[in-house]
Write a protein that binds this ligand. Structure first.
Ligand code: ADP
Length: 757
């Protein structure tokens, strides 16, 4: 069937259902109905029980003027009544063959027809205006002084039960999908409770909902009573949608009979022109209520309806205020914390209170921190993979995840509902809140299967319990919906986090700038100092030489040795000052980037190295052709030279071997990827160069110290000497190129130095 056809069929069904419920062509037997032509005031139609109430048969009444039945004065009163509002009540006295009879008359107009409904007035049960007023005054004051919605509805249920004397009074509330739940109940103690039960929207047909909206009260004192037909039956049945005597449809009768209910009073609760819920009163036997009592209940329903808005606003305000204060505490603690993951997830699960959910996960790249009841790490990871591709906005919420992500069924017990907040797409930073399948959340009020009723033909009869089971089927894989302000509060959190991160980045930039400035100052100070030191040092050196050459003969052997030591010390100091000068110069000069063939560069370094150490037995290989790269070729040449030099220097293998190579960052298979990512921002795609040797290795705790200036692990004489500056200079050059250097080593077996540029 096409969508168009489906719509037509649905509409036709609705129209049929509507006609059936609105115009049943019959009324309940506890009153009599007269349909009068507005133009002629002649009786057009009458219920077939007229004789019982009016001592006149239908035939005797039909086509007679209204005034012959009620008299001229009452006839005028009825007409006046009409002009005031839709449905009006007046008291009527009608002369019958057996004397005067007193009626409560309800009058309204449908198109060109006046409908008059008469119920016998019971003078003993009559309540005076003052009695009604004082009763209502107390109840209304109580209702206004009950701020909490649940208490308020409970009060409403018990007051209505007190007034009506029904066995059970319930307050139903409809959700956004029109499914209902029993939110308050007052009942005889031995009846089974229905409080907390849920049922699907189909339990109350759309046409009935329309009627509940139009008429704020519906009264059926005896569901099993035989209905009374209107005569004559017309081709176009009379519209009884506003009639108080309208007979009820079979489905409604059956539904309530299944519940053991025989009398029904339903009062509508309307909020913002929508049917918010119902006050539903059940009685196990027939129950007749005087018109005044029903009016008091109707009025109470109207007052409750107008209070609903206040209570709901108040409840929302309270929840929002609580949330706001939680939010501001939370955001304050995030902004002050050094580790904001800890603040989000510990010590109490604040993250959960934030949007009122029992489980949440904070995902930062591949790291997942979970709070409360959540799906597993694997499931969360897969969900994020999906979200990364399919969710375009920074926030996404659903109360039925499986509709979007069918794999969600595997974790329906924790995550049928999802509120997802994306903080960064590139870095895969997410906060996810989960809600379980709603069935896990609601109040069971007993096992619904206990009361499923099956009739003789094997059909499952509709009863609250079966309805509940049906509702459970409908709400499978669904969670409680996310409220708009919960979604907003998640968005606020995102803004706050982003704000804090930006603020931290600003601060970092400021500190960096300051650091750079003081580094530059330090460098220029070091430069000036070392430059100035060189001069007196040269003096000391020169005078020592003069002493040795011109006055050496005056000194004994020990004196000459002292002078020689002095000379070698000045020589060493000169070397150290040169290193300092070099380092401070590095800090002051700009690097000169040029396109460099690293293959060529490394080969030059190797050739120079071979030429300077012709006797050393060594093997050096380039693992794969190195890339062409933008760098300062002189400085990078120095880096390779230092690292290759060290690889041979700190090596006592009989056959020294060194390998130079690099990894491309998209090389997924490489086992070092994790380690590498730990050192370098994961979004960087720069290659990683390495120099691997089979030398003496470096102990773990020295892996950082070797990069410090003048830090040597061996005495000057061992391994061909050195001033402990090579790696410090190397590091500085690499950092000038925006890169990192680090070492991996197995002591006694060899080391690999890695660096990026
Ligand atoms: P030096 O100029 O004295 O060689 P470096 O700064 O180059 O100083 O190195 C610092 C220290 O790191 C060296 O003293 C040495 O102990 C250690 N080292 C450097 N490279 C290696 C290597 N490839 N294998 C083992 N140890 C090394």
């Amino acid at each position: 069937m096409s969508t168009h056809e489906t719509i037509i069929t649905q509409t036709t069904n609705f129209v049929n259902e509507y006609k059936l419920i609105h115009s049943p062509g019959s009324i309940q037997p506890h009153g009599v109905l007269l349909a009068i032509s507005k133009a002629s005031l002649l009786i057009l139609q009458v219920s077939n029980n007229a004789e019982e109430f009016l001592d006149k048969t239908a035939d005797e009444l039909l086509n007679q003027p209204l005034s012959t039945l009620v008299g001229d004065r009452s006839s005028q009163e009825i007409l006046q009544c009409l002009s005031q509002s839709a449905v009006n009540c007046l008291k009527l006295t009608i002369e019958t063959q057996t004397g005067e009879r007193y009626f409560d008359a309800t009058v309204h107009q449908v198109e060109k027809t006046i409908i008059i409904e008469l119920e016998i007035r019971n003078s003993k049960a009559e309540i005076t205006f003052l009695q009604g007023h004082s009763l209502l005054r107390g109840i209304i004051a109580n209702m206004q002084n009950t701020p909490k919605m649940t208490d308020f509805l409970q009060l409403l249920a018990s007051e209505v039960r007190k007034i009506t004397g029904f066995d059970r009074v319930m307050v139903y509330k409809f959700d956004q999908y029109q499914a209902g739940s029993v939110v308050a109940e007052d009942k005889l103690p031995d009846l089974i409770p229905y409080l907390g039960l849920h049922y699907p929207s189909t339990d109350i047909p759309q046409a009935s909902r329309e009627l509940y909206k139009r008429n704020s009260i519906r009264y059926i004192p005896n569901l099993t009573a035989k209905v009374i037909e209107l005569v004559p039956q017309t081709h176009q049945p009379l519209d009884l949608s506003c009639s108080i005597l309208r007979s009820s449809d079979e489905c409604c009768v059956k539904f309530h009979q299944n519940m053991g209910v025989n009398a029904l009073l339903v009062i509508s609760l309307i909020h913002e022109q929508k049917l918010w819920g119902l006050i539903s009163c059940h009685h196990q036997t027939a129950k007749y209520l005087p018109y005044e009592i029903r009016t008091i209940c109707e009025f109470l329903g109207q007052v409750a309806s107008s209070e609903l808005g206040n209570k709901e606003i108040q409840e929302d305000l309270d929840a929002k205020a609580k949330l706001k204060s939680l939010q501001s505490d939370f955001i304050k603690s995030i902004s002050q914390a050094s580790n904001f993951i800890e603040v989000l997830t510990q010590p109490e699960p604040k993250l959960l209170d934030f949007v009122n959910s029992p489980g949440a996960a904070l995902c930062l790249g591949s790291e997942i921190n979970k709070v409360g009841n959540t799906p597993s790490d694997e499931q969360i990871n897969a969900l994020i993979e999906w979200a990364n591709i399919h969710i375009k906005d920074e926030i996404f919420s659903t109360n039925c995840l499986t509709k979007h992500y069918p794999e969600g069924e595997n974790f329906k017990d924790t995550g049928s509902g999802l509120l997802l907040l994306r903080i960064s797409l590139v870095k895969r930073y997410y906060i996810l809140w989960f809600r379980p399948e709603v069935i896990q959340t609601v109040n069971w009020a007993g096992n619904p299967r206990d009361s499923i009723q099956i009739d003789g033909d094997g059909n499952i009869a509709l009863s609250p319990r079966t309805s509940f089971a049906l509702w459970q089927e409908i709400v499978r894989l669904t969670s409680i919906s996310w409220k708009q302000w919960e979604i907003d509060s998640a968005l606020d959190l995102r803004n706050a986090i982003v704000g804090i991160v930006i603020h931290k980045a600003d601060e970092l930039a400021r500190i960096n700038l300051e650091l750079e400035r003081s580094n530059r100052e330090l460098d220029s100070f070091a430069y000036a100092a070392s430059h100035d030191l060189k001069e007196p040092l040269r003096g000391i050196h020169n005078y020592s030489i003069i002493l040795l050459e011109d006055y050496g003969h005056l000194l004994d052997e020990e004196g000459i040795e002292f002078l020689n030591t002095l000379l070698s010390l000045t020589q060493r100091m000169d070397n150290l000052i040169d290193v300092l000068l070099k380092i401070s110069q590095l800090g002051q000069t700009e690097i000169r980037l040029q396109t460099t063939d690293l293959n060529q560069l490394v080969r030059q370094v190797i050739n120079m190295f071979r030429a300077s150490r012709p006797k050393i037995n060594f093997e050096i290989r380039i693992a794969q052709p190195l890339p062409i790269f933008e760098c300062d070729s002189v400085l990078i040449g120095e880096v390779f030279s230092n690292l290759i030099g060290n690889a041979f220097k700190y090596n006592d293998s009989p056959r020294k071997s060194v390998e130079v190579g690099y990894f491309a960052r998209d090389d997924d298979s490489h086992h070092l990827k994790n380690h590498i990512n730990h050192h370098i921002a994961s979004d960087s795609d720069r290659p990683i160069f390495y120099i691997k040797d089979n030398g003496i290795g470096i102990k773990n705790h020295h892996r950082e110290t070797i990069f410090r200036l003048f830090k040597r692990l061996h005495s000057q004489e061992k391994y061909g000497g050195g001033n402990g500056a090579g790696l410090a200079i190397t590091k500085k050059i690499i950092e000038l190129h925006g890169g990192y250097i680090w070492v991996e080593s197995t002591y006694g077996k060899g080391s690999t130095f890695y660096f990026t540029l």
